[in-house]
Design a protein around this ligand. Sequence first.
Ligand code: AKG
Ligand code: FE2
Length: 415
Amino acid sequence: MKRRLSDANDIPSPSTSRPRHHDRPDNAGDDDKQLQLALDLSRRDAQLERMSEQDQIQEAIRQSMLHQEAAAPPPIPAAPNTTSPRPPKAATPLSPEAKLQPIAASRPIASSTKIAPLFASPAKAKPRLGDHGDDGDSRSSAATADAIDWDHTLLFSQEPGRTINRLDGSLDLEYWPGWLLSHPDPDRGRKVLMRWMLNSIQWHRVTYTRPGGFTVRTPRYTTTFGRDETGAPDSAYDKPPKPFPAPLLKIKLQVERLTGASFNSVIVNFYADGNDSISYHSDDEAFLGPNPTIASLTLGSSRDFYMRRKAPAGVDVAPPTKPSGSKGSGPAATRPTEKMVLNDGDLLVMRGKTQAEWEHSVPKRAGNVGGRINLTFRRCVSKRGTDNFLRYNRGGVGDTWRWNGTKMVPGKGGV
Ligand SMILES: O=C(O)CCC(=O)C(=O)O
Ligand SMILES: [Fe+2]
């Protein structure tokens, strides 16, 4: 996973500008009608989907019986890589040349779409949400997830999204601002999900020392759920795939319904403050297949999301010579950029040639920047790439961390 190792040289932004919110009202106030509509629709969706989720649970149980583990094989050595520092620039609004068009409310799911059989294992105990001390790995987060009625808690906007299309589909985005709704009730809406994830996830920080003593520290916390579509048994992986916890499965199904794409994996990134970041990269690894659809959901604090083309406008992007694409050609200043601010609840979908031709990043920011979680849904097609990906984002080369209610602390425990 070259890109995940490329952040070591990131330097804090000299910019003191804070991420700005779009002029989107918080729907806790005068949007009661819209919220009511969303609640009704979300209840109806829940009923419609309950059947298919039940089917998936059955399938997951069947699969897990098929995949009874043998001994794990020895780990395959990883091939780390680094890039040079790139100082982030100040935020600007969406480029004027970006074409913004409404998107039809939802695309039908292709008949060939397979819904991956992934689900959290049944609960044993039921601790209260966020109720844990420094007691190591005694928590059962799957139980916490099961204790919450996610159908009732997670609410999705029915507003149409927008397309952002530049240079003849070179950049091909769909954007639903505020797709995951907030709610005035503290037990509902996206805050509950954010709290559940912080409290329940076993986080990892990719950190390792290269030969020669240079330590690479990836500036964010990660984990990943799901598995590739090859049907390889758990024993074939150095870090066996973890099933989707209930709330993330629920969201995955909703994103699939909205976009018509299908996903079998999610990477969860936690940026604890403005010093956490992800440097310019593309999600163009071979194990995601050609022209992958990537869906990214933001929770918590707003952060800038910068994109830049790998070549100047009018210049073809050279086909990557390596599986994990080129870093671009021509001076960065001559390449088209797209700058967005991603806010709490926003869903951004990158399609088509976007990964092949553009890079994206979440730059560091100075000042008092709060925590942000990003869920990035993808479809993994090969076992080998998934294995490497799991190793990097599931503690194979780094420490384990967890949230103690206030801050990240070293420790184990959680899904
Ligand atoms: O946090 C984000 O919005 C981007 C994350 C990302 O690019 C990735 O995980 O590949
Ligand atoms: Fe990415």
